[in-house]
Design a binder for this molecule. Structure first.
Ligand code: 8GT
Length: 133
């Protein structure tokens, strides 16, 4: 089981979504930026390292969401640790993804997400719907 951290990065009501690149597993599908948790690293430390490496940004973590375990057909089993965060410092530089897009929460379902992220998208929508009530 591969442990992976990912960030639901918010800014002004928009969510930072990243499209995986050609040549990667799940090419052209959308994900929340992040990556594998390394030996001796906490999920949050991995998140911060990956966001800096992949996108040149730092974040303020607001909360963690429920982790998601997903077994990809012909692929690995991943345990995804999602964190809701606010973008903090750094000018976004897209280093590994094909593109990024800032998407309104209500429109997140329109993207073609990697399978493991669908329950994360659902949690994000529920969380933000509840906070707007
Ligand atoms: N970053 C990220 N990976 C995800 C998400 N959902 C999901 O199933 N994954 C899977 O988790 C794994 C993380 O891989 P990655 O390629 O992003 O991580 P990494 O940068 O540490 O990998 P590498 O340096 O070994 O290439 C991949 O199998 C990826 O498909 C997500 O929302 N964000």
């Amino acid at each position: 089981m591969i442990p992976v951290s990912c960030g639901v990065v918010l800014s002004d009501g928009f969510v930072l979504c990243a499209q995986r690149n050609h040549g990667q597993a799940h090419a052209l599908k959308w994900e929340f930026p992040g990556g594998k948790i390394e030996e001796g690293e906490s999920a949050e430390e991995a998140l911060r390292r990956e966001l800096l490496e992949e996108l040149n940004i730092t974040v303020k973590v607001i909360t963690s969401l429920k982790s998601v375990v997903h077994a990809y057909v012909d692929g690995p089993m991943v345990k995804l640790h999602p964190f809701v965060c606010l973008k903090d410092k750094g000018q976004l530089i897209v280093k590994e993804h094909r593109q990024i897009r800032w998407v309104k929460v209500e429109l997140l379902n329109n993207l073609n997400w990697v399978d493991a992220d669908l329950p994360v998208v659902k949690q994000v929508r529920e969380l933000l719907d509840a906070s707007n009530r």
